[in-house]
Design a protein. Structure first.
Length: 480
């Protein structure tokens, strides 16, 4: 894609990436304690009511010296190349993506997803408990040409942010060639960190458009228990190398029933900040096949503990936390099925979600736009949000009937051995249904008290039809 085409795509999304980049580069050396210039710049970028609400949140956050104020100082200490490429791109896509203008920017009726997840290799140098990566081999890796073509098409649709997963992405040899070729978009990749030495950290900074996400399960005991002896030490060493090079990076944690106290502790978060993590991700442990250990799923009480910790850390710590489930009110519910994201595996199967290994289309036989317009994806999008209470966003564990119905109606096939059992095995289905009922009972009162008064309005600003929001509200009230 040419530079002119990229600029046209950014304009159609209402993204002033170049403006944000220039603002960061100009302000970084002279950033004052009140950050008044930064606040003014963000307020000036607010083109829509949704942007205005984002800018107001940023204004309130950066004036807190313990959280936002300290965070901006940490951000500005990153290498200038990283600020110019990755940080500017993320700000444009996360805070100032224009949902009013992108709704008309379509290819065959497809709204461009904000991010595309791709697993070019499912191989890994680890054998973690509960992971499926050990079943795959090198000859099953996606070719460079295929990966290049997928990213090129997604860019033409308007996507500017890509997440690379696996397996372990760093075992995929063409990875850095992809980062370099597509240097006009931002990449994240999830990694155990074992292969990130000082040279690799410097190379990532030279690229500027890539942020590693280092996976840890808590402290040494929890991480090594799942990932093998020495895994935590290697992850900490990778963080040290990245911090010293000035590279932006995050940590990623799969919250389970066993590590929840550890990963929500101040001690753990302070360590991640000390190591240099600029942001962090919380995910829930999820059943992905018939061998999944259901006892590892966080209880409703533990899931709420994660929510409260995330909110507290944002107020008190200089780090941005993202809770993939509990932050669903900010995204208007689940974003699967191409509404805002999807996953493409190493074979080219297009899956609605990284945790749902089912598909109806493969990119060896169709375009990305065709896959986004599949009956499978359209069915899932038509039902979103799956509840008025978007603290219960998930069609896999909160509303399992939704995914089961979509799979049955569209004939979706499993893309991983045993993946269908999550939706067909009577024992697993019964356990998930029981869990969904407990989540509903626990989170509905929290929704009423803390979210319901603003969430409906916010969802309409995210381009969810008013009638759909009202229909879900009516259903929610009728259910009691």
């Amino acid at each position: 894609m040419t530079e002119d085409t990229t600029k046209t795509n950014d304009d159609k999304q209402g993204i002033d990436m170049a403006g944000i980049s220039q603002m960061l580069m100009t302000m970084a050396p002279t950033m004052g304690p009140e950050f008044s210039g930064l606040v003014s710049a963000f307020m000036g970028m607010a083109k829509t009511e949704q942007h205005q609400m984002s800018a107001d949140w940023i204004k309130n956050w950066v004036t807190n010296p313990e959280s936002g104020g300290a965070y901006i100082k940490r951000l500005m200490a990153l290498h200038p190349n990283v600020l110019k490429k990755f940080v500017a791109q993320m700000m444009a896509n996360v805070f100032f993506r224009d949902h009013d203008t992108i709704k008309d920017y379509t290819d065959g009726g497809v709204q461009p997803p904000g991010l595309v997840l791709i697993s070019p290799s499912m191989r890994c140098n680890y054998k973690c408990v509960g992971c499926y990566a050990a079943q795959y081999s090198k000859d099953e890796d996606m070719s460079f040409e295929t990966l290049d073509g997928i990213i090129t098409e997604a860019k033409e649709l308007g996507t500017r942010f890509f997440i690379i997963l696996g397996g372990e992405p760093l075992v995929y040899r063409p990875l850095f060639d992809i980062f370099e070729k597509h240097n006009d978009v931002a990449f994240q990749f999830y990694t155990n960190g074992a292969l990130i030495d000082k040279d690799m950290a410097r190379r990532l900074v030279e690229l500027g458009n890539v942020a590693p996400q280092i996976s840890v399960e808590g402290f040494e005991e929890e991480t090594d228990e799942r990932r093998g002896k020495g895994a935590f030490a290697r992850a900490m060493r990778a963080m040290d190398n990245l911090r010293e090079a000035g590279c932006v990076f995050a940590f990623s944690t799969a919250a389970t029933s066993r590590n929840i106290d550890s990963v929500t502790s101040d001690k753990f978060m302070d360590l991640m900040i000390e190591k240099g993590a600029i942001y962090g991700w919380y995910f829930l442990y999820m059943p992905v096949d018939g061998d999944s250990d259901m006892s590892l799923m966080p209880t409703p009480e533990q899931r709420n503990k994660l929510r409260m910790a995330t909110n507290r850390f944002r107020k008190e710590k200089p780090i941005l936390m993202v809770d993939f489930w509990n932050d669903a009110p900010l995204t208007g519910g689940c974003i699967n099925g191409g509404r805002n994201y999807l996953h493409i595996n190493h074979r080219g199967d297009v899956e609605p979600c990284i945790f749902c290994h089912m598909a109806t289309h493969n990119l060896n036989d169709c375009s990305l736009a065709e896959a986004l317009n599949s009956d499978f994806f359209k069915h899932l999008r038509a039902e979103q949000p799956y509840s008025y209470n978007t603290l219960r966003p998930c069609p896999l564990i909160d509303h399992p009937h939704v995914m089961r119905e979509a799979i049955e109606k569209t004939g979706a096939y499993p893309t991983h051995n045993g993946a269908e059992k999550v939706y067909t095995d009577p024992k697993i289905k019964a356990e998930i249904d029981k869990y969904a009922g407990e989540i509903k009972k626990f989170f509905n009162p929290i929704w009423e008290k803390e979210y319901a008064h603003w969430a409906g309005k916010w969802e309409t600003l995210l381009n969810i039809p008013v009638e759909q929001v009202e229909a879900r509200k009516k259903q929610y009230l009728e259910e009691g």
